[in-house]
Design a protein around this ligand. Structure first.
Ligand code: ATP
Length: 647
């Protein structure tokens, strides 16, 4: 769960730890077949030799199973013949001769031997099938995880963590059950049916007529059962996901719930969802109970028995054949009952696969061009060239794209400016005007709709995501730390071994060493869900230390949450001053000291740049800028209003 919540961090620049085969992986995602059934079969046959061995093992096992009624029938005939001949001394001869002289013992031995071999084969088939299932489960889990890690931010804007968790855990487990024992059972049922038909046809084609008569009813009832079960199974899984999502949201939002005494309301709401889940499961159970095929098999066996007796009377069939036919038909009871269970498993597996595939196939992965180049060592010049962007368009990516200009309501419109290497660019403006959005486009959290963003002249869409993000550090407003040690949090994303001394050095530069050492376990202190809770100011300094270590050429700082005491403010300021040196920096801030240091100030309103310049100049020229600082400082007389789209 932690990783899904931390994904913003993972995809964010400095913390990026991407697999080198990212684009191969994206291409793999696109190779996923349309049908979830085909996808499941592919997962099973990832180990083809093993899957074929399982099928061959099942075939042999069924052959051995069906040989038992055949041998029993032959043995019965032999016994019957002896009985007719030796009637007067039947009890005497039983032990003396039936067993030893008339080869009856051989039949018994053969049946025992077949049973033992069958048992051993079943064990091997069971183990191999379990291995197939575990292998498929592992692969699906990894593919799903990799797919989620590579989604664009647009995906996480709408995805529910609880739903994703339910897919990554419950659905993946169910797929495992579909393969083991599902795959084995379904293969067994299909082969059993074929062998039975063949054997009966060989022994007595007339009995086959009864089987052929009932077979279509059998298939129709089976199909109808499956058709009714499928939506019910899917609904149960969906509802399970909803309950999970609800629970997750409640845990994450527990502070708000407590603050607004919303516990009773939330419990009631959750209770309703759980009621729906219970009712759905009951409906599915009722459907499972209404399973008719065993009844049809009973009819078939009864009629076959009647016909066999008639054939014995008219001398067309002997007792041994009748025993064989009934024996093989009775062997079908097992697969008939198993099929209901297999159908249930298969539907659950397919429903799970459908949900997993829907997530995996969501077409919002930020695409890296196949011919994307590595961004070489950069100086840090950044240019926004007529950039427009809208969240709606990102979220509608896989819907029909609405290209109508009238409908286009961008969050950012016609943004153009240049940041020279080493410059500090402060971004200001009222809340919701698009400051964070502007910075998110730089690390390709989202792609621009129009225009382009260039780093040292390279369009960021033409370079690899890894080389782009490695050059950009981000310290967000809401800092996320992983549930691990402070040391590991600072070193997160580093691609080389980091010594303790180095970590301490960066923590010192970030003014974090002192408070870290005040904890009993120092740098080994656990943070987050498993350990201590850090304050906003402390988290910020850990993030600064992390940025020092990553040493990116470009830095984005969202410094707008600044409700901290004067001492912490001073420490953070010191840390920042160290950090900003020799980097191109975008800083979203209202701290006057930082703004005054900026080489360039960009003032935004409603997604547009309304003014650009330096502090003193903007104080004289921009109404918007004056509005921001009017309450805090003495304003000089206004000269002229700088209007929107200033370059
Ligand atoms: P603040 O100073 O409050 O952080 P901001 O200037 O950084 O605000 P942004 O966060 O860039 O503003 O948001 C600009 C607009 O885009 C807002 O109207 C916001 O509601 C919208 N917005 C932001 N993030 C998303 C998102 N992920 N999906 C849809 N709309 C979004």
């Amino acid at each position: 769960m932690n990783d899904f919540r931390g994904v913003r961090k993972i995809t964010a620049a400095i913390t990026t730890k991407q697999e080198p085969e990212l684009s191969t992986l994206q291409l793999e995602m696109r190779k996923i077949p349309e049908s979830e059934f085909k996808w499941l079969v592919q997962r099973i046959f990832q180990k083809p030799a093993m899957a074929i061995t399982v099928i061959a093992g099942i075939l042999v096992s069924i052959g051995l199973t069906m040989a038992v009624p055949y041998l029993t029938g032959r043995m019965f005939n032999r016994l019957w013949a002896i009985y007719l001949r030796e009637q007067p001394a039947v009890f005497y001869v039983f032990f003396q001769r039936f067993f030893f002289e008339y080869e009856i013992l051989k039949y018994v031995e053969a049946i025992l031997l077949l049973g033992t071999i069958n048992f051993l084969i079943s064990i091997i088939v069971g183990i191999l099938n379990e291995y197939l299932a575990q292998n498929a489960e592992r692969q699906i889990r990894e593919d799903f995880y990799a797919s989620v890690q590579n989604k664009s931010m647009a995906f996480f804007d709408t995805a529910k963590v609880g739903e994703l968790m339910s897919q990554a855990t419950y659905d993946v487990r169910i797929i495992n059950a579909t393969i083991s024992p599902g795959f084995r059972m379904i293969t067994q049922a299909a082969i059993s049916a074929l062998v039975t038909f063949g054997l009966i046809f060989w022994l007595e084609p007339y009995v086959m007529i009864i089987v052929i008569f009932f077979f279509p009813f059998y298939i129709i009832t089976l199909r109808s059962y499956a058709k009714k079960l499928s939506p019910l199974t899917q609904k149960v899984q969906q509802q399970f996901g909803i309950c999970n999502a609800h629970l997750q949201e409640n845990v994450s939002g527990v502070r708000v719930i407590r603050a607004f005494t919303g516990e009773a309301f939330e419990i009631k709401k959750f209770g309703k969802e759980v009621d729906i889940l219970r009712d759905d499961i009951i409906k599915r159970g009722v459907q499972q109970a209404r399973y008719f095929p065993p009844l049809l098999l009973s009819f078939t066996i009864t009629l076959a028995l009647g016909l066999s007796i008639y054939f014995i009377i008219i001398g067309r069939m002997d007792g041994g054949e009748a025993i064989t036919i009934l024996g093989v038909l009775i062997q079908l009871y097992n697969p008939t009952y198993q099929i209901s269970w297999v159908l249930y498993l298969t539907h659950m597996g397919l429903a799970g696969a459908r949900r997993i595939l829907r997530t995996m196939k969501e077409e919002d992965i930020i695409i890296e061009k196949p011919d994307a180049i590595e961004l070489p060592e950069i100086n840090g010049k950044i240019e926004y060239r007529n950039v427009s962007f809208s969240y709606q368009r990102q979220h509608q990516q896989d819907l029909e794209e609405n290209n109508s200009e009238d409908e286009y309501r961008p969050t950012l419109r016609d943004i153009s400016f240049v940041a020279e290497p080493g410059e500090i660019v402060a971004i200001l403006g009222p809340t919701g005007c698009g400051k964070s959005t502007l910075t998110k486009l730089l690390a390709r959290m989202y792609d621009v709709d129009k225009g382009a963003i260039l780093i040292d002249g390279y369009d960021i869409r033409n370079v690899t995501l890894e080389s782009l993000r490695k050059n950009i550090g981000v310290i967000e407003q809401d800092i996320f730390l992983f549930s691990t040690t402070i040391k590991e949090n600072i070193a997160y994303g580093a691609e080389r071994e980091i010594s303790d001394e180095e970590i301490i050095e960066y923590a010192k530069a970030a003014q974090a060493h002192e408070f870290i050492m005040s904890f009993k376990d120092g740098y080994d202190t656990l943070v987050g869900e498993r350990g201590v809770t850090l304050s906003g100011g402390q988290k910020q300094r850990i993030a600064i230390a992390r940025a020092f270590l990553a040493n990116p050429k470009i830095l984005i700082l969202d410094d707008s949450a600044s409700a901290i005491d004067a001492k912490t403010e001073e420490q953070i300021q010191k840390a920042m001053n160290n950090l900003l040196k020799n980097r191109t920096v975008f800083i979203i801030t209202h701290r006057l000291a930082t703004i005054k240091r900026a080489n360039k100030i960009i003032v935004m309103r409603k997604g547009r740049i309304v003014a650009k310049g330096v502090h003193d100049e903007l104080l004289r020229t921009s109404e918007d800028y004056r509005r921001i600082f009017g309450r805090h400082i003495q304003l000089p007389p206004i000269q002229k209003e700088a209007t929107g789209g200033a370059k």
